[in-house]
Design a protein around this ligand. Structure first.
Ligand code: ADP
Ligand code: MG
Length: 332
């Protein structure tokens, strides 16, 4: 049985009528068990459609989805849509009981057959998701991020094999998001839960994923470890999704000392630094944006504008003429 793939999509397509460019096309996927797979793509690239196909909320026009070798049936074939061993959390998860306490909202997911186990499991999941302090609060009184935690707790407590997350941290503020991401990672490590998440936001996926897939116009165009995909994206689309990068034409790249036969040069902000040792001061600082422990510096050279990151706050000021050292770039 060892060779049976865990969750597999075999050439699945789902096109919405009237618009051949929407939906997903010919997707082959092999989701590994016990890790976090993240799918990143622009808005409208088909992320939610793909997730719903994997879960069985939608039926593919062509192809099949198989879980442990067994076909997942869509809503036409199955009375209660959605696979029993999976749970999905979206940003619009709205089946919470707003007027009940957090603890009850989570506990209600378990049967009453053994009240002691029910209590233990509820306490455990609240601990794992760092929300014991919320246990007695009414859901109505929680922040958006806290409600998301409750939704995730409700999903995980039933011990699904797969947790599907559709842009789950969208409305969770950054400081809160990191904590929640860390807690989910820990649960994956401890329990072997499989997570599949989709998002358009690199901050959501890069720190979470063990495996990253890129979805473009309904097709998977790139896959690999997030570090590898980030450092060596095969396409311009991927680079511009993952990094807040500088995108230059070949002609503009010449001003950076880069000669290429390709059309486009991409330079990540962290690949450029100001180097006073180089005396070619042909860049002028036009703006410095304070970001806390670092600055974004905007530089101009004729019509070309570059954005770089500077960790030595207040070292430069607008109007300074500086030389740039470009350590790496990508060509497309
Ligand atoms: P994402 O989640 O990446 O934003 P979706 O999977 O929601 O993308 O949608 C992919 C494309 O399919 C979009 O162009 C969207 O407008 C279209 N689409 C999604 N759902 C439907 C539907 N029920 N009917 C028609 N078109 C749809
Ligand atoms: Mg979506």
């Amino acid at each position: 049985m060892e060779n049976v793939p865990f969750l597999q999509a075999i050439s699945i397509s789902k096109l919405y009528t009237g618009d051949i460019s929407s939906g997903v096309k010919n997707i082959d996927l092999n989701i590994k068990s016990g890790i976090i797979t993240a799918i990143i793509g622009q808005s409208g690239s088909g992320k939610s459609t793909l997730l719903r196909l994997l879960y069985g909320l939608l039926s593919p026009d062509e192809g099949t989805v198989q879980f442990n070798g067994e076909r997942i049936w869509g809503p036409e074939e199955k009375l209660i849509p959605g696979h029993d061993e999976m749970k999905m959390v979206t940003q619009h998860t709205d089946d919470l009981n707003l007027y009940a306490r957090v603890w009850d909202n989570v506990a209600v997911m378990l049967p009453n057959t053994n009240v002691k186990i029910k209590e233990e499991k509820t306490d455990l999941i609240l601990t794992q998701l760092n929300m014991q302090h919320l246990a007695k609060k009414r859901v109505a009184d929680l922040s958006g991020g806290e409600k998301q935690r409750v939704a995730i707790a409700r999903a995980i407590i039933t011990q699904p094999k797969i947790l599907l997350l559709d842009e789950p941290f969208n409305q969770v503020d950054a400081s809160f998001r990191e904590g929640l991401q860390h807690d989910i990672r820990e649960i994956v490590k401890q329990t072997g839960l499989t997570v599949i998440m989709v998002s358009h936001d690199p901050a959501e996926v890069l720190s979470m994923a063990d495996e990253l897939l890129v979805l473009q116009d309904g097709e998977i165009t790139e896959a690999g470890h997030p570090k590898l995909v980030y450092q060596t994206p095969k396409q311009l689309y991927t680079a511009s999704l993952l990094a807040n990068c500088n995108i230059l034409s070949a002609e503009e790249a010449l001003l950076c000392g880069i000669t290429t036969h390709k059309e486009t040069v991409v330079i990540y902000p962290e690949w450029i630094r100001i180097n006073p040792a180089l005396k070619t001061n042909n860049w002028v600082i036009s703006q410095i944006l304070f970001k806390g422990f670092y600055e974004d510096i905007i530089l101009e050279n004729r019509d070309v504008i570059l954005r770089i990151i500077n960790y030595e706050n207040d070292k430069y000021k607008a109007g300074d003429e500086v030389a740039l050292e470009i350590k790496r770039w990508l060509e497309y």
